[in-house]
Design a protein around this ligand. Sequence first.
Ligand code: NAI
Length: 550
Amino acid sequence: MANSQNRGIEVLQDPVLNKSTAFTEAEKQKLGLIGLVPDVTETEDLQLRRVLLQLAQKNTDLERYIYLESLLDHNETLFYRTIMSDPARFLPIVYDPTIGEACLKFGHMYRQPRGMYLSITRRGKVKDILKNWPQRDVRFICVTDGGRILGLGDLGANGMGIPIGKLQLYTACAGVPPQCLLPMYLDAGTNNEQYLHDPLYLGMRKPRPSTKELYSFVDEFVEAVQQVFPKCCIHFEDWTGADAVHLLQRYRDKYCVYNDDVQGTASIVLAGMINAAKIKGTRLSDEKYLFLGAGSAGIGLADLICSAMVKEGLPLKQAQARVYMFDINGLLQDARKDLFDFQKQYAHKHVPTRDFVAAIESIKPTTIIGVSTVGGAFNQKVVESMSRINERPVIFALSNPTDRAECTAEQAYTWSRGRAIYAAGIQFPPVRLDGRTFLPGQANNFYVFPAIGMAIFATQATRVTDEMFMEAAHAVADQVPSELLKQGLLFPLQSNILESEIQTAARVAKLVFNSGLARVKPPSDTVSFIRRHVYKPEYVSATVPKNKAA
Ligand code: NAI
């Protein structure tokens, strides 16, 4: 890790210090690098040109992903310079949808350690193990147990690709400094038979333990983090639905934690719904919602929509009455005996049905939301039924990766004859239909969690609240200009994502200060305050003292 005493080859092997071909003559002299690098001094732009050239020679996004990750292994600044130079192009490579394939092959592609691996067999020693991490001021740990990776199920240790990728987005999208981020895999085994028998699998070869055992391990981890990294926020990611909701309930009032699948998804989808309502000229509380999928993403969103309707003046019970859910066993209704505690408020009086189209015909929702992991579940009959009932059916097909999307953008626009207001979890290309161009939105959490992260980082917030996610949703929604709304775009353009997230982070930070949750003094101008904390992918001079460097 970065050490200003390093010289010679050690500097080149340190991804934080390494500038590769960009060291100046004075730096080469000072650091003992003469002869160890080509005798040139290139600019970062020229280095970027070489990276882009090499990327263009790769045939698949997975190869580009591998190339970029190895670039990060030897030159962190150039890696972030590359992905921040064109986020719309690179986010799908370092994250969704390429990350799904990268996780499936994680054990086979493994090259370098990144982040920490903590096995349940180490119980009792978690605090000491955390101290092995070389950075002391860790501000975010993104942690998974690999229980439900994207829509791909239990991937065990192969799920480590997710915390690694998620934390890169904190930096790439919102400028959170990479040095304070720690990806973490809690290994409690896996029930994935294929991996249990794969000689190259990198996790424990044991079936998953009981929930009680798992939670006692997570308890030890969460408490150890408070002691070793006292300013750290724990971001839970890609646990199974029940664990995601239960662990969030367990820690949210005691520690600085959040679950992005539950709260981040809810926030970005709420942003989409706020803008869908703007297009339709309605309010959230005028709409009726039917979910396909009642897991962590579905429940988090249902709860946040209800809070938003309550904010509009509807009593909570009436808000909940406008939300219906449908899962693998059919419509959630009050006679079902298999529901989790957190699903029961959405189980209304209704005849049992396992037929989603029949549920649409009977409930008459204005909005359907796919968080089921079932690709193609919004088939032609579903979209046509929604289009019969609604002038502007709102159709959100949010499951990831690409083949799990409940319907594609083209299907939604074609089957609704151009009337659908549509968003997906991944980015579909624009659709041309009857001489019009539709811009499908990507309801991806990366508009929200990096900005929330930046707000927490800058304010040193002590808790993460639902109000912060609601504020983020409004901030994201407000940044879509009306001319783009008319073309169906529900979210800001990705090309400008850093600026968009700075604005969102500033609004969330303001709320953190007003709620008394900050550990630093409130600034007079929150936007400039956030800007001051933004990481820039620029080399630091090794010859000019830090405070005098440009
Ligand atoms: P989960 O495993 O907690 O829940 C899945 C839900 O779908 C369960 O209620 C299950 O009963 C239901 N389901 C499964 N098969 C079904 C079927 N055939 N018919 C009806 N319902 C069915 O998963 P979670 O965390 O809720 O995620 C769901 C999906 O949402 C994943 O694909 C995930 O990648 C995606 N997601 C997308 C995000 C985004 O930003 N767009 C963010 C978070 C999740």
